[in-house]
Design a protein around this ligand. Structure first.
Ligand code: W6P
Length: 381
């Protein structure tokens, strides 16, 4: 049983890109049979595109134990979905399919940290060239973006048609037509506060201002979005701002300058600006914050024993910021950092203000991108 012929076949179809609007419409009018018939193909298409791109990674990286482990999860999931290829959607098939998707979601829960580990294994056995680093950066961004999209579809199907219930009753599957942005930021702050207190870190205050320019009749600012995505993005940025502030003023300062957050819902964008006075960062270091290859990932990951007794509790895997940016970009938003060296940092998160404009940004495998002579066609949806 060989997957590669299937990968060749399915990679020839482009992925189907949804908008938040079309996902909500399907949640209201679609049924499980349509979802089944769509997903059993779409998942294979999206996985096949990433499998094709892997052929352009340094071959030795593909040989690393952690990389092989990740690929074994994809092989398993790929064959599980392929099993449904010619199966008519009777009740028992549909139930089995939904269970399969829940299983896939759980199987792939640790993909990001395992690929972080794969890169560290690779670095241990090879001197990685700049060209290779750039290529891995390019691939990891696309691969993790692809994963965000697939997990969104998996959650959407299982929340709409499975036994699990969404967090809030107004949600259409994973999408909340009325995300209260200030409340989500409050949740992220609470979690960060809890984390800091456990690490015996003081917690600077946050000040939040919000303006609803687009539909000024309704305050608070709300948006059609996937709440967990906003939470992820803000949590990561807030953690960085709080940490920088504490480290600049010392662990036992009497007062800390607050982290100031400004939220504005305009006509095109909903912007969240997070400002700290944590001393900033030089421009030369700023771009590195988004590089998987320069990440300051803790060493205990390498073999699971080094320093494992004392896991750093505030520092994450080192992949937090690049992943946060992918969450922002996934529905055509962005995340940018601007810094004043020796003063502070501002993070700008832009999200599409309307559900029609929030379309999935998905990687498309595009062979010509890997040749130096031709750059025809786009490699994103
Ligand atoms: C800093 C470094 C950083 C990264 C991301 C967000 C905020 C901040 N503040 O000093």
């Amino acid at each position: 049983f060989n997957l590669s012929s299937h990968i060749e076949y399915y990679s020839k179809f482009p992925p189907t890109s949804f908008t938040l609007k079309s996902l909500i419409d399907f949640a209201r009018d679609g049924d499980i049979k349509q979802s089944y018939k769509f997903l059993r193909v779409e998942l294979l298409i999206r996985w096949s595109h990433m499998r094709k791109e892997m052929e352009y990674l340094p071959p030795k990286l593909l040989e690393m134990p952690s990389f092989k482990l990740v690929n074994s999860w994809y092989d398993q999931s790929y064959s599980e979905v392929l099993e449904f290829k010619n199966t008519e959607p009777d009740a028992s098939t549909l139930r089995k399919f939904t269970e399969t998707l829940v299983g896939i979601r759980k199987r792939h829960a640790d993909v990001v940290s395992t690929l972080a580990q794969a890169y560290m294994e690779f670095e241990k056995v090879s001197l990685v060239s700049l060209i290779e680093k750039n290529r891995i950066q390019y691939f990891y961004d696309r691969f993790f973006m692809n994963r965000i999209g697939i997990r969104t579809l998996l959650y959407q199907h299982t929340l709409l048609f499975g036994d699990e219930l969404p967090e809030h009753s107004q949600q259409a599957g994973i999408i909340d037509p009325c995300v209260d942005v200030v409340a989500v930021i409050g949740d992220a702050y609470s979690t960060a506060k809890y984390l800091f207190e456990h690490a015996c870190y003081p917690v600077p205050k946050v000040e939040i201002e919000s303006y609803n320019v687009k539909d000024h009749s309704t305050n608070p600012v709300t948006i059609v979005y996937i709440p967990s995505h906003i939470y992820h993005i803000v949590f990561e940025l807030l953690k960085n701002s709080l940490r920088a502030t504490v480290e600049r003023y010392g662990l036992d300062a009497k007062e800390y300058p607050p982290v100031r957050i400004i939220i504005v819902k305009g006509h095109e964008d909903l912007t969240i600006q997070i400002n700290d006075r944590g001393g900033g960062i030089s421009r030369s270091k700023l771009s590195q914050l988004f590089h998987y290859m320069y990440s300051t990932a803790p060493k205990y990951l390498v073999d699971g024993t080094e320093n494992s007794k004392k896991k750093p509790s505030i520092a994450g895997l080192g992949y937090g910021l690049p992943i946060a940016r992918l969450y922002a970009q996934y529905f055509q938003g962005n995340l940018k950092l601007a810094s004043i060296e020796n003063y502070g940092t501002s993070a700008y998160v832009s999200l599409q203000a309307t559900a029609e404009n929030a379309s999935e940004r998905l990687p498309i495998f595009c062979k010509s991108r890997y040749s130096y002579t031709t750059k025809k066609g786009s490699d994103w949806t």
